[in-house]
Ligand binder design. Sequence first.
Ligand code: NAG
Ligand code: NAG
Ligand code: NAG
Ligand code: NAG
Ligand code: NAG
Ligand code: NAG
Ligand code: NAG
Ligand code: NAG
Length: 511
Amino acid sequence: MLTTVAFSLLLSALASVLSAAEVFRFSSYYGNHMVLQKAPAKAVLWGFGQTGAKVVVTLSGPYKVSAHSTTVINGIWRTTLKPEEAGGPYKLTASQSITNSSITLTDVLFGDIWLCSGQSNMAFTLGQVINATEELALASKFPDVRIFQAALEQSDEELIDLARVEVPWSQPTAELLGGKKFSHFSAVCWLFGRHLYKTLKYPIGLVHSSWGGTPVEAWSSPRALHKCGLKNSYLLVQSNFLEGASVQWNSSVLWNAMIHPLLNMTITGAIWYQGEANANYNRDKYNCSFPIMIDDWRMAFHEASDNQTPLDFPFGFVQLSTYRKNDTQDGFREIRWHQTADYGYAPNKRMKNTFMAVAIDVPDDRSPWGSIHPEDKQDVAYRLVLGARAVAYGEKNVSFQGPFPTHAVLKRDFICIVFNQRINATTGEGFFEICCSEDKTCESDDKWLPVDIVKHGFKYVHVSTPKCPAADITAVRYLWTDWPCKFKACPIYSSDGLLPAPPFILAVTNQ
Ligand SMILES: *[C@@H]1O[C@H](CO)[C@@H](O)[C@H](O)[C@H]1NC(C)=O
Ligand SMILES: *[C@@H]1O[C@H](CO)[C@@H](O)[C@H](O)[C@H]1NC(C)=O
Ligand SMILES: *[C@@H]1O[C@H](CO)[C@@H](O)[C@H](O)[C@H]1NC(C)=O
Ligand SMILES: *[C@@H]1O[C@H](CO)[C@@H](O)[C@H](O)[C@H]1NC(C)=O
Ligand SMILES: *[C@@H]1O[C@H](CO)[C@@H](O)[C@H](O)[C@H]1NC(C)=O
Ligand SMILES: *[C@@H]1O[C@H](CO)[C@@H](O)[C@H](O)[C@H]1NC(C)=O
Ligand SMILES: *[C@@H]1O[C@H](CO)[C@@H](O)[C@H](O)[C@H]1NC(C)=O
Ligand SMILES: *[C@@H]1O[C@H](CO)[C@@H](O)[C@H](O)[C@H]1NC(C)=O
């Protein structure tokens, strides 16, 4: 007698057999108009299919045809193409035996893939920037800069594929780039890709995966958090985006849903704009959590791509801009410093093959999106591109770092701060402070006295030392507030006037 229970067991067994026979397809981030990583690396392709079936992937382009054969194991197939020079368009066909099904992707290019991630200043769209109309009008003039965007998803477990795609691989249009606030394509990512294309003159694939208001812990694997003594936890982050609002994030949920699925894709590098959400959350750990996240992403992308993505792939980031005037307590100055692992500049010994765009000199108190979201993303993207050209592409003549001090020496009644390059400076009050401390500790803000730039020269500035006994002068710091300068008006730039000296803190010596 076939009971109802037995019958329903039979049905559920049947259902699980059916779901095990995966529909033949590519994973979510391969499609028409895509860019695949060019030579010398090899692009990885993978997807789902019927276990045991053979899959043949055929690449046919302007000049040649190549075929790659593989087998579906546990519902997944994967192949690595031969290295292909930049260019296209190619046609890519994948065919599966048994079911005799086949999929063809068209208008496929080879070029460099850059991943763009972070929080709202990365999510900020091209429609929100200053001069948006002009920028949007240029979009369609760059058909070889292709865009792809992951949808906002969180997960408690590492996903093997994206749960949803917001923008499938596309040629750029004003509509895609300028759409809904904070939820269409990233302005920083796009402008970075567009400028890079002008230099490289071959296709660029931009993969955008970011989410406003998110702390670094959400983008980090449990393995990475553990290395910084951070517990896998439920986070409560004060959102800077909606005044007073708090948002909860579980750690690793965006790593799980928006980064982990992408690991198999061969990439050139990544850019990152985040840190605001950590200004009041695990701030003192950011000098560990951020560099460790970079290391961890690098290791994971390298392994999952069968070593095609370099273990030390270039990683660029934007140093925090500004948020509140007159505020020393909002954590921005500490996060800026921690973004560089407390070196003040990038790359450095701890953060190799990184580059940093300084943004402290582009404050914006009139941004319709709130002062935490400056509308000038062009300068930020341009500075990132200088870093990419120098660090990722090895261009020798590209200067990408503002002046940084080598030492500060106490002279009779001033401190001489010497820089590592020629500077373009102005005199001014309040940009520098000195630590005046009998016991030589400088943790507390009340040990710091504002001082003036009294003189500047080829590679140095002199600052005054009022009201402090020489023996107590311990350290000097520069731009150590949230909002120190007016727009493009910090006192120290590179000699061409383009790159600001980043904030720093430095011991004062007697020699
Ligand atoms: C597989 O598909 C091709 C093209 O549609 C067709 O020519 C061929 O007969 C099919 N083979 C089987 C076994 O269904
Ligand atoms: C976050 O963690 C809590 C507690 O572990 C859990 O109940 C919740 O489902 C998680 N949410 C997400 C989006 O992962
Ligand atoms: C990467 O490819 C492998 C097959 O080689 C597959 O098992 C895995 O699910 C894919 N995705 C991720 C995120 O590892
Ligand atoms: C990170 O910053 C904290 C707080 O400022 C400091 O105590 C710690 O020594 C720093 N750690 C590293 C590795 O630089
Ligand atoms: C910030 O400081 C300036 C100059 O000291 C002052 O005029 C202004 O009122 C202050 N603003 C706030 C919000 O405290
Ligand atoms: C915006 O356009 C104006 C006028 O062309 C130009 O002077 C300014 O530099 C542009 N701003 C940015 C950030 O591109
Ligand atoms: C770098 O710049 C110098 C001086 O401007 C020039 O002489 C040299 O040819 C340049 N080198 C390269 C590789 O472009
Ligand atoms: C300093 O930079 C400004 C632009 O900010 C430029 O006009 C000026 O020529 C520069 N001065 C020197 C000495 O290079």
